[in-house]
Design a binder for this molecule. Structure first.
Ligand code: UN1
Length: 500
């Protein structure tokens, strides 16, 4: 499918794609594929006002009916899966299979949210007072600002959007300035669903295009009680205090430095496959990508050559081509950061295999690399930093407690896993004294999480949870209600407060 046909099938026309002040490039070959209009503080102000007015209507819509809108969106996404998956590949550089997988993730969260729209449960509590009832009610919180990153340009929006909409909240979405086209395509797909639904208020779903300056205005605005931001830890550190300063709520899903412990009893065949997908898949540009391997001394010399062979057989190239598993890095900055990290790793005593630029002759303006495997003598500072590129650092351990300590001794806490067939080791890793991450797995890699679980992590990862489980609670406010159906007015704690 040609790019023009993709644009057409997603209702993107010259008005969207030309004449704007933001140039959009494809990481596949570095070519400019569109120019879109950016927002400024004035247009953003109008959009926030519009979201506020949409909220006053949408919060009164019964939640199961709100779910119907998301059901329709899921149907439209099913129809648009192929062109949208392709556009994700073109705009972010991930391989087509992963682009399609990302759209599938959107469909899955829509299904989840439809069910959720009938399950926004509150509790009832036993009151200590006779003739009294206590309960809690969940209400929509208000317009939500969503900031998303280039690497999951549409799925992360959908995790937030599907939940926020069934919870009763309008959404203002600022996609990465590297991936505005997929966002505009989502706007159009949502418009198809909204048309079928009928009474969708203006401003329920809006897109804000721009860079940091526009993001900063969004984050500071008191009319947005919740800011949900996915991106680097640096971005989270900039946003978090601003939202906290106005006593707003933030949901932060930031960097990871995800590790795998490979124990002596591990099924190495499974481990190699898991390592490959999670370390080199998406060219190492998932927040859940595998970045550290903590391998038991007894199996190190068996695992590493197998891994090197697997690395050598991985096809690197145009992410739209069949059989390619590793596409380009998003841009030159990413490539430079990868090279800097590898130079530092060598200074720290590491031995690097791979890591070089490839395909520069065919794609002089794009940044393809061989994924790098780095044998490290220990967990130095560069290993503790997240470099958003396919670098896997391998370290040796002797004792599981030391491995867990090394595992947790990084600033980030997103995803983690252990490969072992020893039940005691697996349970120790999952226990309170085990992995300190938001996601801890056994015998599967750290990336590729399903939408049904809560997604996010601790420490520098920001603490937020998106997607499944009870993550919806972040998009609502909780009211505790006490109802007196007696003819007395007993006070709590037995306090007597009578006149005369
Ligand atoms: C991200 O990289 O920002 O677990 C999200 C995964 C995906 C989501 C990653 N389901 O890899």
């Amino acid at each position: 499918m040609k790019l023009d046909a993709i644009f057409k099938s997603l209702d993107l026309g010259p008005d969207d794609l030309t004449g704007g002040n933001l140039a959009v490039h494809s990481p596949i070959d570095g070519a400019e594929i569109a120019r879109v209009d950016m927002d400024d503080s004035e247009t953003l102000d109008g959009k926030i006002a519009c979201a506020v007015s949409a909220f006053s209507q949408w919060r009164n819509m019964p939640a199961p009916r709100r779910g119907e809108l998301i059901r329709l969106l899921g149907e439209e996404l099913r129809r648009a899966k192929d062109p949208l998956g392709r556009l994700v590949a073109v705009e972010s550089g991930k391989i087509l299979q992963e682009g399609l997988g990302e759209v599938q993730e959107m469909i899955d969260i829509c299904d989840f949210a439809v069910g959720l729209s009938r399950q926004l449960y509150g509790l009832t509590m036993a009151s200590e007072r006779p003739g009294h009832k206590m309960m809690e009610t969940w209400h929509p919180i208000g317009p939500v600002g969503v900031i998303s990153a280039f690497n999951f340009p549409v799925a992360v929006w959908s995790w937030n959007f599907a939940l926020a909409i069934v919870c009763g909240d309008p959404v203002l979405w600022k996609p990465s300035e590297k991936t505005p086209l997929t966002a505009l395509a989502c706007r159009n797909i949502f418009a198809r669903a909204a048309k079928q639904f009928g009474d969708v208020p203006d401003g329920l779903s809006q897109i804000v295009i721009g860079g940091r300056d526009v993001g900063a205005v969004l984050v500071a605005d008191r009319r947005l009680p919740l800011i949900s931001a996915t991106g680097s830890t640096g971005m989270g550190r900039a946003i978090g205090p601003v939202v906290a300063g106005r006593l707003g709520r933030s949901l932060l899903e930031l960097g990871g430095n995800n590790a795998m412990i490979v124990a002596p009893s591990a099924d190495l065949e499974l481990a190699v496959r898991a390592i490959l997908f999670s370390a080199v898949g998406t060219a190492g540009q998932r927040c859940t990508s595998l970045r550290r391997l903590i391998v038991h001394r007894d199996i190190h010399d068996e695992l590493m050559p197998r891994l090197e062979r697997a690395y050598q057989s991985v096809a690197i190239g145009n992410p739209l081509d069949d059989g390619v598993l590793v596409g380009p890095l998003v841009d030159q900055r990413s490539f430079d950061a990868m090279q800097d990290a590898l130079v530092q790793a060598v200074k720290d005593g590491g031995t690097v295999t791979g890591g070089a630029r490839v395909l520069a002759d065919i794609y002089p303006d794009a940044w393809y690399v061989q994924p790098a495997l780095v044998d490290m003598p220990g967990q130095t500072d560069i290993v503790c930093a997240e470099t958003f590129a396919p670098i896997l650092y391998a370290m040796i351990y002797d004792d599981l407690d030391d491995a867990i300590a090394m595992h947790n001794d990084v600033p980030q806490g997103l995803s983690s896993c252990i490969f072992t067939n020893d039940l005691r080791e697996a349970e120790r890793f999952l226990s309170a004294a085990g992995s300190d991450c938001g996601i801890a797995n056994v015998n599967i890699g750290p990336s590729g999480a399903e939408i049904g679980g809560a997604f996010g992590g601790e420490k520098d990862t920001g603490g937020g949870r998106e997607s499944g489980s009870d993550s919806w609670k972040a998009y609502m406010r909780r009211a505790t209600n006490t109802i007196n159906y007696s003819t007395e007015l007993p006070l709590a704690q037995g306090i007597v407060f009578d006149i005369g």
